[in-house]
Design a protein around this ligand. Structure first.
Ligand SMILES: Cc1cc2nc3c(=O)[nH]c(=O)nc-3n(C[C@H](O)[C@H](O)[C@H](O)COP(=O)(O)OP(=O)(O)OC[C@H]3O[C@@H](n4cnc5c(N)ncnc54)[C@H](O)[C@@H]3O)c2cc1C
Ligand code: FES
Length: 277
């Protein structure tokens, strides 16, 4: 069992868990993820590494409650255990001295972006962070992101905090106003797609972290396949980072939707069975 050292509620339905996992912490790098299984009956789910502490031997994960496993995780408290905590998995984000890097986070993507931005800053880059959320209540780690950014821009869809609107508006303004050497976008697929459409005319390299459905996380099941530059790639071992201008976004989003459809059908089936009883 992997013991939970600390738990924090960061925003509505967004939780942080600090988990004792010294072997994972020793090898963790920005952009990688872990696969978590809460208990014997549980499903395996991928979660990005939000932070780690080698001396303490701990790993930090941040997740949004969306379904069965994330709800189960949200019910755990400090002192409880997680059955499996496998990682670090996936290729680390490419960290180098690029110049000016604009890091764009959507929703819970802010957690994944934090260690990446921190490493980019430590490598001598000028880091400009754009952090977007639907509303003020969903913003978390603002001060953390500010501490590792030369500039932090916040947007909310409803205008309740920061600038009203979506992240692509300040992104386009920055691209028009100054030289940007790289953009890193992490968040919902639709947000990453539109960040790529925004940067494409400016010819700025744009790295995205893809989040297809994953099962084993080790390249065995083929569930996480995505199409990049017309070739099939497995996000869990070839990614999750890819050149966003080469990703087939429609295919990715169709596959995510197909999963939702399957999920809806199986829910209906269970409801019908329950009604018959
Ligand atoms: C590499 C990777 C890293 C991730 N990192 C994080 C993270 O740091 N924090 C976080 O909150 N989430 C992250 N996710 C998404 C997370 O894995 C899913 O939210 C989780 O699997 C949902 O499991 P569940 O049992 O709670 O929900 P389920 O019952 O399986 O699904 C409920 C709903 O969640 C959505 N969903 C399920 N799986 C995914 C998925 N892979 N991507 C997007 N939506 C999904 C669907 O809309 C579905 O309807 C990551 C996904 C990947 C592939
Ligand atoms: S999750 Fe199975 S191959 Fe990637």
């Amino acid at each position: 069992m992997y013991r939970i050292i600390a738990k924090e509620r960061l925003a509505e339905n967004i939780h942080l868990l600090e988990v004792e996992a010294p072997e994972v912490a020793k090898k963790a790098q920005p952009g990688q993820f872990v696969v978590v299984r809460v208990d014997e009956e549980g499903e395996r789910i991928p979660l990005t590494i939000a932070d780690w502490d080698v001396e303490k031997g701990s790993m930090t994960i941040i997740f949004l409650e969306v379904g069965t496993t994330t709800r189960k995780l949200a019910c755990l408290n400090a002192g409880d255990g997680i059955l499996n905590f496998v990682g670090p998995l996936g290729r680390p984000t490419d960290i180098d001295h690029f110049g000016t890097v604009v890091c764009v986070a959507g929703g819970v993507g802010a957690a994944s972006l934090f260690p990446i931005s921190r490493s980019l800053k430590a490598c001598g880059n000028e880091v400009i962070t754009i952090m977007g959320a639907r509303t003020k209540q969903l913003i978390f780690w603002e001060e953390r992101l500010r501490s590792i950014s030369h500039q932090l821009i916040i947007t909310t869809d409803d205008g309740s905090y920061g600038r009203k609107g979506v992240v692509t508006v300040p992104l386009k303004e920055l691209l028009e106003a100054r030289k940007v050497d790289r953009v890193i976008a992490i968040g919902p697929a639709v947000m990453m797609k539109f960040c790529c459409l925004t940067t494409k005319p400016f010819g700025v390299s744009t790295i995205v972290s893809l989040n297809p459905i994953m099962v084993d996380g080790t390249g065995m099941c083929g569930c996480c396949r995505v199409s990049v530059e017309g070739e099939t790639r497995f996000a869990c071992v070839d990614g999750p980072d890819f050149d966003g201008h080469k990703v087939d976004w429609d295919l990715l989003m169709n596959r995510q939707r197909a999963y939702l459809e399957e999920e809806r059908k199986s829910l209906e089936l269970w409801e019908t069975k329950a009604l018959k009883k």
